[in-house]
Design a binder for this molecule. Sequence first.
Ligand code: ATP
Length: 244
Amino acid sequence: PVHTPLLEVQDLSVAYGKIEALTGVSLTLGAGEIVTVIGPNGAGKSTLLGALMGVLPATRGRIRLEGREMDPAAADVGDRVSRGVGLVPETRALFASMNVEDNLRLGAFRFRQEPASRHARSLDEVYELFPRLKERRGQMAAALSGGERQMLALGRALMGRPRLLMLDEPSLGLAPLIVRDIFRIIVQLRRQGVSILLVEQNARAALEVADRAYVLELGRVVMQGPAAQLAGDPRIVEAYLGLQ
Ligand code: ATP
């Protein structure tokens, strides 16, 4: 049977003024897959997610979601959101002076027409995934620990019921135990039917949970393959796994 990937990116380029940050990047993500993009600082990983989310316009290339074209040149976040694309940005981008629950509710903005009972069910699902957030639901986001903030950012994205969830460095700045929790949740989300594009500098953790991986260096895909295969590749071991 002909199988249309959930996400197809072809020859995507993005520039900041005269500086090209992404050059001819192609990748695919099948429904139910966890795909990771690893690479060093400044490789263009956040830029890639920005272009996919419609935060940054692309200068060239195609983006298709379930075979339907999205206009890469038009930075249109609303279009992506309405089509089930969600992003947890590296900065987490929480509303510091709003409480946990209100931050979560904002994630369901696109469903604002739906009845309160539906919102309550979504909240329950997020609280089931992150009991810690339930305990702290009345706290200001500013008062949360780093790990709790990451959980809140993830929870808020889930309130938008994404089919494609993009995570930008979810492990950044977190203690190893918390990183393990976050990655466990990522695997659990996939079991629930969410497809995941995971950008990470923590190559070891990312390659452990991913099905396939792309290595991005200086804005270009330099390697790709099954995650297990890349994790055993001497070049990857030396460049990305050796010191972790
Ligand atoms: P990091 O893990 O450090 O976030 P990254 O792989 O996500 O790195 P990007 O943030 O996408 O990399 O940056 C890719 C390149 O684009 C870098 O050279 C960066 O300096 C440049 N860049 C990123 N944002 C801007 C911007 N707003 N204006 C100009 N250049 C930018």
